[in-house]
Ligand binder design. Structure first.
Ligand SMILES: Cc1cc2nc3c(=O)[nH]c(=O)nc-3n(C[C@H](O)[C@H](O)[C@H](O)COP(=O)(O)OP(=O)(O)OC[C@H]3O[C@@H](n4cnc5c(N)ncnc54)[C@H](O)[C@@H]3O)c2cc1C
Length: 390
């Protein structure tokens, strides 16, 4: 296994790096301050092919393998985590539609998603169904040629801004995961309204919103796959999603490290740069060492997915290690900047606020540890382990 980037990967990394430096990083603090969702920047990413990263060429995409995708997310997240998260969700939705949609569904939505004319969102979680997502209750009742959807969904990234929602709803009560089906819902559909936008600790430029369905009519032709396949469809994108979150966390950690190192070189106390104190040097050494380890594990998980190997354990390890590392690194970056780290004049406090959620979404890090332990102890009976969004 080797991760020397080939010519194409180097060109894509450099392109995204320049884009991030030009279009994302200079605006990140402003977007954060004003809870601003930069839809126009998504359009610019579409022009670079980034909104069709999981879309086959014949549907208008510019497909990238997982490793190249991880590099894209890592670079974007160095500028701003929220935009990388919004893009990852969009590509997850587009990829699921391209993979599981009928020919008609694919041609109706996927090319417009890939060109950025439409933005996607993914709606699995509910107020009472988070880690245990298979217990969701939002109901889709079949009535002839349509379903009547009633219930509410929580925590929808891109919620309210997205044009298309991949919805997991219950078609068979009391049937657990096998009673869940997947639908595409367009934003303007009668009976769909948007509830409160969450007031979050970080990730301010990524709207997180509640969806409310009241007697919402969804034609049967908008069901993706067969009845009962919804949870499988949702889970199928999880490994890739976890690698993306690992890459994003690594990018934020790297940005925090760079800020802290640069500050330590110039900040003087006791007549010397604080970087000359061993206490600071050891913090920087640990930060760099852990970022390197996390990034390599992210690349390894992506590499295994690209080779079609069984990679769920590695995807969970990558997401878990990278997000735990990023939380530690961003916290230490704030520490190295002292009081300056705690105020908004520098980006490190934003990095720390933003990256906390990487330990929570796409399956919490406790759930990742369950996935890892289950793979390590596969010979034990399955009921030993918690089930749910794993
Ligand atoms: C900013 C943000 C964006 C999000 N975007 C989306 C989105 O786009 N689409 C979507 O569907 N969802 C989204 N989510 C939801 C996210 O996936 C859930 O928050 C997550 O799965 C955890 O669910 P929960 O919040 O209900 O926590 P809970 O499941 O209630 O967990 C609470 C605590 O209990 C722990 N816990 C739970 N079960 C176990 C167990 N078996 N063993 C040990 N510990 C356990 C958890 O690790 C956690 O520490 C988003 C969340 C946030 C915060």
């Amino acid at each position: 296994m080797q991760f020397d980037l080939n010519e194409e990967q180097t060109a894509i990394r450099d392109m995204v790096r320049q884009f991030t430096a030009r279009e994302v990083a200079p605006n990140a603090s402003d977007w954060d301050e004003h809870d601003y969702f930069p839809r126009e920047t998504y359009k610019k990413m579409a022009a670079l092919g980034l909104m069709g990263m999981t879309t086959p060429e014949e549907l208008g995409g510019t497909p990238l393998n997982r490793l190249t995708g991880a590099i894209v997310y890592e670079e974007l997240a160095k500028g701003e985590m929220a935009i990388a998260v919004g893009l990852s969700v969009h590509n997850m939705v587009t990829g699921s539609l391209a993979r599981f949609g009928s020919a008609e569904q694919r041609s109706r939505w996927v090319p417009r998603l890939a060109e950025g004319a439409l933005l996607g969102a993914f709606s699995l979680s509910e107020a009472d169904a988070g880690s245990d997502a298979a217990s969701l209750t939002c109901r889709a009742e079949r009535m002839g040629d349509h379903y009547l959807v009633t219930g509410s969904k929580m925590w929808v990234t891109n919620g309210g801004e997205a044009d298309l929602y991949l919805l997991m709803a219950r078609t068979r009560p009391g049937k657990g995961a096998s009673g869940i089906s997947c639908f595409v819902v367009e934003k303007q559909t009668a009976g769909l309204t948007f509830g409160k936008t969450e007031r979050k600790m970080g990730l301010h430029s990524s709207p997180t919103r509640e969806l409310i369905f009241e007697q919402c009519v969804i034609p049967v032709i908008q069901r993706i796959g067969e009845e009962g396949q919804g949870f499988k469809i949702a889970l199928s994108s999880l490994d890739g999603g976890r690698v993306n979150i690992g890459a994003i966390a690594s990018g934020v950690a790297q940005a925090a490290f760079t800020s802290a190192r640069d500050y330590a070189r110039t900040r003087k106390q006791f007549g010397a740069a604080i970087a000359s104190f061993q206490g600071i040097q050891f913090l920087l050494a640990d930060m760099a060492m852990k970022i390197e380890a996390a990034r390599l594990l992210v690349y390894e998980a992506a590499y295994k997915l690209d080779r079609g190997q069984q990679a769920s354990m590695y995807a969970s390890m990558a997401k878990c290690l990278a997000s735990d590392t990023a939380m530690e690194v961003t916290t230490n970056a704030v520490q190295i900047l002292g009081g300056a780290g705690y105020v908004r004049d520098y980006p490190v406090e934003r990095y720390m606020r933003d990256v906390k959620v990487a330990q929570i979404f796409e399956g919490t890090n406790q759930i990742q540890r369950i996935v890892i332990a289950r793979a390590l102890l596969a010979d034990l009976h399955e009921h030993t382990f918690a089930r749910g969004q794993v």
